[in-house]
Each structure stands twice: as structure tokens, then as C-alpha cells.
Design a protein around this ligand. Structure first.
Ligand SMILES: Nc1nc2c(c(=O)[nH]1)N[C@H]1C(S)=C(S)[C@@H](COP(=O)(O)O)O[C@H]1N2
Ligand SMILES: [Mo]
Length: 319
């Protein structure tokens, strides 16, 4: 068992949740009063931070849900991150094995300006927002997470994708010496995911750098992970080291492994059951095991904003 040194204890474990919530109310009030808009962009940029540190100058997003967030404890202890183990509580127990500094993200493929970004440049180069989004897992459980992040499209645009760029592919770090899960072939490592270009550029799609006002805990995909709130959780790839523009639909870890269970699109859809269980309802983490399940909404409730992306597609066939 790992023994925590005092410096490893994140501030939020000693900061009562009420303090965090008061700060959030303040941020929301400031946004309503238009204070955010009056402050210059540069002033809002976050300074580089390591894991578990408070992220300064957070702006609340008008795209946030007003559903109450799941507790920080649940969000950071009930995880899927197979590189750190296949049981829900493994990623937290093994979190310290993932080292996130130094960290670089390569951006390549069909673009005019391929390059590499260090994590510090990413953290300081894009204004960070708080986005409270639902996360719905294919296993029929869900959470509400106060993410910190910025639109993926803002980063992608800097690399000038060409007209050949039809998809974006993502890869998680591959380092079996560091990541215990990668020493077993549970998945075809590295974990890979992909989005169609219009999905990647959609304003709801973010790269997350934190949650609950602090930089991401390792078990949640530090230092940088994708969050696509209208898709099943497995699309939200963690600990990204490579982003590639491609002409063809890229292979993805779960759909290569088990294509009948995990499609490329993976839009949350109560009308299309998983082969082994219904997707009509879900258990909200924090409600308790015996609480009534909640009905799942198409596109996880984000249909007003994303349904037009799939006009004319048969989502039962392209699941
Ligand atoms: N690299 C990597 N990314 C991953 C996974 C994984 O095993 N490895 N699991 C996915 C699944 S199935 C889910 S539900 C979400 C869980 O994110 P959370 O632990 O932050 O709630 O991460 C996704 N991203
Ligand atoms: Mo998942």
C-alpha cells in the first residue's frame, strides 16, 4: 500500500467542498454580470500548474449543465483507466506510477503546421474554463463532472488542418515500464480514439486539464484528456501524447477489440442497446446502489447542440 506524503495531498482534500462551491457561485455571478467579458484575454490565461494544484482565473462556461456535480471523492476514486488497472479502484491506487512531467503532445498528419507542444505551453496558451458536463459510461453509470479545460478546436486550428483532414486520431502514452496495465495485453496498446473533424471542432468538445478547480488527478487522465459529453465515456481518451489529422476513419482501441460492443461514433443513445445490457437508463454515481435508475437521454441530453451533426445517418447502424 502506498503511503501518502503530505505534499501529495491535494488542496481539495483539505479544502471543504463548501468553499469550492461558494467560489463557483461567485464565478457564476461574475459571468452573469459580464465581469468575465470585461477582463482582457491575457489576464485569464492560467499559469502552468502540476497535478493537484489550483488553476487560477477560471471562467465558468455558459455550456455547463446546472445538475449538481458528483462528489470529488467519487469522481477521483471510481475510474476506468486500464493502463492503471482494470478494476474501478485500481487507477487511484496506482495513480502515482504515472509521471506527467515532462510531457509533450505531438500534433501531426494532414496539417500545414505539424509540431510538438509541451504541457506548460498548453496550460498557459489557452484560457481555461470550468465546464460542468455529464459523463455517461457505456456500462450504464454516469457522473456530473466540473471539468476544467478549453475547446479542442482552439488547439487544432493552430496546426492548420488541410482539406484532407477528415478525422482526428488520439493516442495515450505508451510506456509499459511505467504503466502496470500495459504489461498485459488487455487492450491493443496504446489506447487510441478518434473523432470526425466536425465533432472535434464542436464547441462542446474539450481538452480537460483539471476538475473541481484543480489540475487533473492522474487517475482521471493527467495531464490532458479528451471530454466529449454526448458520447460514451470510452471516447474521452486520457493522458494524450499524440493528436493526428487523418483522411480515413482511424482505428480505435475498443472498436478494434470488440466491434459489436463499441462503435466508432458511440453517441449516447437509449434506443440502441449494448449487446449485453440496456442503454435506456443509468445509475448515477453517488445515488447509491439501490437508488432508482435515471432515464438516459439521446446524445446524453446534448441533442439540441449536436443532433445536426448526424442528420441523415442511421445511428442504429453507425453506433
Ligand atoms: N487511456 C485511456 N483512456 C480512457 C480509458 C482507459 O482505459 N484508458 N477509459 C475510458 C472509459 S471507458 C471511461 S468511462 C472514461 C472514464 O473517465 P474517468 O475515470 O475520468 O471518469 O475514460 C475513458 N478514457
Ligand atoms: Mo466507460
Amino acid at each position: 500500500m502506498l503511503i501518502k506524503r503530505p505534499s501529495d495531498i491535494p488542496a481539495s482534500e483539505i479544502t471543504p467542498k463548501a468553499v469550492y462551491l461558494r467560489r463557483r457561485e461567485f464565478l457564476q455571478a461574475a459571468a452573469l454580470a459580464g465581469v468575465g467579458a470585461a477582463i482582457g484575454g491575457a489576464a485569464l490565461r492560467a499559469a502552468p500548474v502540476a497535478a493537484g494544484e489550483a488553476i487560477p482565473d477560471l471562467r465558468p462556461s455558459p455550456l455547463s449543465t446546472d445538475a449538481p456535480p458528483t462528489s470529488r471523492d467519487d469522481i477521483t476514486s471510481y475510474n476506468n483507466f486500464y493502463e492503471l488497472g482494470t478494476e474501478k479502484y485500481d487507477p487511484k491506487a496506482n495513480a502515482e506510477q504515472l509521471r506527467t512531467r515532462p510531457w509533450q503532445v505531438v500534433v501531426d498528419g494532414e496539417c500545414e503546421a505539424p509540431g510538438t507542444l509541451g504541457i506548460e505551453d498548453i496550460l498557459s496558451g489557452f484560457p481555461q474554463e470550468e465546464r460542468i458536463y455529464r459523463l455517461r459510461c457505456v456500462e450504464a453509470w454516469a457522473m456530473v463532472v466540473p471539468w476544467v479545460g478549453f475547446p479542442l478546436g482552439d488547439l487544432l486550428a493552430r496546426f492548420k488542418p488541410t482539406s484532407q483532414a477528415k478525422y482526428v486520431a488520439f493516442e495515450t502514452i505508451y510506456d509499459p515500464e511505467m504503466l502496470p496495465g500495459q504489461r498485459r495485453r488487455v487492450l491493443d496498446w496504446p489506447y487510441r480514439e478518434g473523432l470526425r473533424m466536425d465533432e472535434a471542432m464542436h464547441p462542446l468538445t474539450i481538452l480537460a486539464t483539471g476538475l473541481y478547480g484543480e489540475s487533473l488527478p492522474n487517475q482521471n487522465g493527467a495531464p490532458l484528456r479528451l471530454v466529449v459529453p454526448w458520447k460514451y465515456g470510452f471516447k474521452s481518451i486520457k493522458s494524450i501524447v499524440r493528436i493526428s489529422f487523418t483522411e480515413r476513419q482511424p482505428p480505435t482501441a475498443w472498436s478494434s477489440m470488440q466491434p459489436s460492443e463499441y462503435g466508432f461514433y458511440a453517441n449516447v443513445n437509449p434506443e440502441v442497446d449494448h449487446p449485453r445490457w440496456s442503454q435506456k437508463s443509468h445509475r448515477m454515481i453517488g445515488d447509491g446502489l439501490f437508488a432508482k435508475k435515471r432515464p438516459t437521454l439521446k446524445f446524453n441530453g446534448y441533442g439540441d447542440q449536436v443532433a445536426p451533426l448526424y442528420a441523415g445517418m442511421d445511428l442504429a447502424r453507425q453506433y
